[in-house]
Ligand binder design. Structure first.
Ligand SMILES: [Fe+2]
Length: 261
């Protein structure tokens, strides 16, 4: 699986502070079935990371990961705040995009909603960038009015939900919102948003399983959200999310009828 949103790089934001902690996270990610991680440290007023900082961090940690015998590939990225995304020039944005693909992971604000966001997405598209909205289900504005997200997606954005939101790690309202967005085809990618090996750990399988149950499909029918979709995004080509149509249970998978009488 490919994880498009996590805070694996040490010392750049509120993720791990030491390389040892980052390696522990990397091991946990591999154990959870992740083979590729796009490293997405915050780029925000509080964490003014530059593209060069992130690239150096990826190179260094990839080296450590290889030396530790962990089978995990890292690619650069960033989680960019809405406050900063339109203040960066094209070169900076390209180097902050996921694997240089032109796809920008933009953090949905937890409170408030920039009225210029829909317009901003259109302007970024004209500049050659596409937007993947990070964890909209955690945004109060989306919780109150999910159609705000529909507006962004109608302008070419896609949405990434945290797998942990389906598990319930962020409270009931976030879980309800994640499920509502899922039913309305407003979730395209699942990612971990992992911050440590234990608190918000790597891995998306449990969230995928719960999301699938919610839609009435088998977990493997949502593989696009954690494999093919993220791969298409990292390659920067055309991304076409599928519709997830329930597949009937095979006869042998049906629970036997209870004896009557
Ligand atoms: Fe994040």
């Amino acid at each position: 699986m490919i994880d498009l949103h996590n805070h694996l790089l040490p010392g750049l934001d509120d993720g791990p502070t030491t390389t040892a902690e980052a390696l522990e996270m990397a091991r946990a990610a591999v154990a959870a079935g992740i083979s590729v991680m796009a490293c997405t440290p915050h780029v925000a007023v509080k964490y003014p990371n530059r593209p060069d900082d992130i690239r150096a961090g990826v190179e260094q940690l990839q080296l450590e990961i290889r030396q530790a015998g962990i089978d995990l590939r890292l690619v650069p990225g960033a989680e960019i705040s809405t406050d900063l995304v339109d203040r960066l020039d094209d070169d900076e944005l390209r180097r902050l995009s996921l694997n240089d693909s032109g796809w920008l992971l933009v953090e949905a604000p937890f409170s408030g909603w920039p009225v210029r966001l829909p317009k901003l997405i259109g302007e970024l598209e004209i500049r050659g960038f596409r937007v993947l909205i990070a964890h909209p289900e955690r945004s109060q504005a989306i919780q109150h009015s999910p159609d705000r997200l529909r507006d962004l997606i109608g302008r070419g954005a896609l949405a990434q939900a945290n797998a942990s939101s389906f598990v319930g790690d962020h409270g009931r309202l976030v879980t309800q919102t994640a499920k509502l967005l899922l039913h309305n085809e407003l979730v395209h990618v699942l990612a971990s948003d992992a911050h440590s090996a234990t608190w918000r750990p790597p891995g998306v399988a449990e969230g995928q399983r719960i999301a699938a149950r919610e839609l009435g499909v088998w977990p493997d029918q949502l593989d696009w959200m954690v494999n093919e979709g993220p791969r298409q995004i990292l390659e920067g080509g055309i991304v076409r999310p599928p519709r997830f149509v329930p597949r009937p249970l095979a006869r042998e998978d049906r629970t036997p009828d209870r004896p009557r009488g």
